[in-house]
Design a protein around this ligand. Structure first.
Ligand code: FES
Length: 159
């Protein structure tokens, strides 16, 4: 798994992201996206730096980070697998696929395998409803998930 940077490094890199987006109207989300791009996740140490720069409370920043499913609070694994949990996919057997992939990988949603191979995340509609149930592996969409495709995915992330 990726090692976490030191706090001083986090503070200075976070400040650089903040100065890039601070001038925007409603800068918090762009800053959080920028921080996640910078580190691959939103480190806890970045939150007070953001709060201070925007003159809002730590709790507010924390609330936004936890509200949006896209932000993660730990470094991602080498692969990121997102399984669609929205309605169209659910109605096409997405629940069973979600249960099966957790069983195959031995981790739950928002978790990373101990060997750092993969992070499993829910996503809410990939715009691929016609090919439900859908998933995304490292940015590539995969439609019509079935047991066989899940097993191929697992074999790929474990390589
Ligand atoms: S609901 Fe899953 S892709 Fe749209």
């Amino acid at each position: 798994m990726a090692t976490q940077p030191a706090s001083t490094d986090i503070a200075s890199r976070t400040s650089a992201v903040i100065s890039e987006f601070k001038g925007l109207e409603g800068p918090l989300l762009p800053i959080l996206h920028g921080v996640q791009e910078e580190f691959g996740y939103v480190p806890g140490e970045a939150l007070p730096v953001i709060a201070e720069a925007l003159n809002i409370s730590n709790a507010e920043v924390h609330g936004v980070v936890t509200f949006y499913h896209d932000y993660r609070n730990h470094p991602a694994g080498r692969h990121v697998l997102k399984i669609c949990r929205a309605e169209a996919c659910q109605s096409m057997g997405g629940d069973a696929m979600a249960a099966r992939i957790q069983q195959l990988l031995g981790i739950g949603f928002h978790e990373t395998a101990q060997d750092g191979s993969v992070t499993l995340e829910p996503i809410y509609c990939l715009g691929l409803c016609a090919c439900a149930p859908a998933a995304m592996l490292d940015g590539q969409v995969i439609g019509r998930l079935d047991d066989e495709k899940l097993e191929e995915i697992v074999a790929e992330v474990r390589l």
